[in-house]
Design a protein around this ligand. Structure first.
Ligand SMILES: [Zn+2]
Length: 69
């Protein structure tokens, strides 16, 4: 999205997995016919640990598109 080429990933501080979610509110958007993220809260959940965790911001290199093949 930005021109710096810098991309971030959010990973679990316990196991390092990026299979993590934040507690959030999503609002229904009538025009988009989809749920739109309104706010993301601080509480995080790791699906690999299957428990609450804290997230660590890491720089991704190479870009995510290369990882999710
Ligand atoms: Zn984890």
């Amino acid at each position: 999205m930005d021109n710096t080429g810098k991309r971030l990933a959010m990973i679990c501080s316990t196991c390092g997995s990026d299979d993590v979610s934040r507690d959030a509110w999503a609002d229904w958007d009538v025009r988009q016919q989809d749920w739109v993220l309104r706010v993301a809260f601080d509480n995080a959940h790791c699906h690999r640990c299957d428990c609450e965790t804290s997230l660590v911001e890491v720089e991704v290199d190479p870009p995510l598109t290369a990882i999710h093949s």
